[in-house]
Design a protein around this ligand. Structure first.
Ligand code: RTP
Length: 146
């Protein structure tokens, strides 16, 4: 009920396809244990258009095509997470982009524990509140999409 008066920050979070297939329950447990509220959740394969939207800043980089392929190879778990300071807290729980670095610096993070490599690195999360809002609208905003 408190949320009515003090809406919590929201972030956009996604479990990438290879992790969704193998570690969905383990990752969801970490999300809940960290105190996030799961405001929205759906399982859906990203279209190339959606993957391109999430990663438009990386267009032209050498790993871009591989990144889009690994994001569209199967269903992702797509979520809106709420919590105080959700954007930063979710990035912290994800850990560094490269799982090898994550294992050294943040062994409790999702990427340290469940990422396969720097591309298939288990999870995605918005880097700021504005990006979060855009991705949430893109994934959940259109009426009757899911
Ligand atoms: P994300 O956007 O997915 O939440 O992850 P991030 O901020 O930690 O990483 P970012 O630098 O935004 O890169 C986006 C995704 O691109 C892949 N990547 N591959 N091969 C490489 O050197 C490389 N660098 C980045 C990763 O899958 C990363 O999550």
């Amino acid at each position: 009920e408190l949320e009515f008066f003090f809406p919590q920050e929201q972030t956009f979070a996604l479990i990438k396809p290879d992790a969704a297939k193998n570690y969905k329950d383990d990752i969801m447990k970490k999300v809940k244990d960290a105190g996030f509220n799961i405001s929205r959740i759906k399982e859906e394969s990203l279209t190339r258009e959606m993957a391109a939207q999430f990663y438009k800043d990386h267009k032209g980089k050498p790993f871009y095509e591989q990144l889009v392929s690994c994001m569209t190879e199967g269903p992702s778990v797509i979520m809106v997470l709420s919590k105080e300071n959700a954007v930063e807290e979710w990035r912290k729980l994800m850990g560094p982009t490269d799982p090898e670095e994550a294992k050294k610096t943040s062994p409790q993070s999702i990427r340290a524990q469940f990422a396969h490599d720097i591309l298939s690195n288990a999870v995605h999360g918005s880097s700021n509140v504005e990006h979060a809002l855009k991705s949430i609208q893109f994934a959940f905003g259109e009426i009757n999409r899911d």
